[in-house]
Design a protein around this ligand. Structure first.
Ligand SMILES: [Zn+2]
Ligand SMILES: [Zn+2]
Length: 145
């Protein structure tokens, strides 16, 4: 039997704070989702998957949060025909299959390329770089897709 003296948690926190908290946690849930998956999902896919967890989240909220996360450098945007997102911001290259559109991570593929960072060129200093390789993934090559 429950004690009658337990305080009601619904009294806390005050409204303004709970709204703020909700916005923060939506962004964190989106970021957490992106860090878990390696599929480099589109904004639409992020929306559909996060909606399973937060049924009331709107498409606009997801798109807005993705933009903020990208601007803060917490996620990468991969410019394919539809933008795709990556929660892994470590140095890695991407292999994009031109047939099925899948995006694969390539780690330690180009160690020497790290010299590009902070390199001074005639037109300015390089702060960051992203590398994309286009081809046919092994599944598509073997006709297994
Ligand atoms: Zn493929
Ligand atoms: Zn990636």
């Amino acid at each position: 039997m429950k004690t009658a003296f337990s305080s009601s948690p619904s009294l806390y926190p005050p409204l303004a704070e709970s709204v703020m908290e909700r916005n923060t946690s939506q962004k964190e849930i989106i970021l957490d989702y992106l860090r878990r998956v390696t599929s480099h999902p589109s904004a639409e896919k992020v929306y559909l998957d996060v909606k399973n967890k937060l049924p009331r989240i709107s498409r606009g909220t997801v798109y807005r949060n993705l933009k903020i996360l990208k601007e803060k450098g917490k996620v990468l945007e991969i410019p394919t025909d539809v933008s795709r997102y990556d929660g892994n911001i470590s140095n890695h290259a991407h292999f994009i299959c031109q047939e099925c559109g899948k995006i694969f991570d390539l780690f330690d593929f180009c160690d020497d390329c790290k010299i590009l960072k902070n390199k001074k060129t005639k037109v300015g200093k390089i702060n960051k770089y992203q590398m994309y390789f286009y081809g046919q993934c092994s599944k598509c090559k073997n006709g297994r897709n």
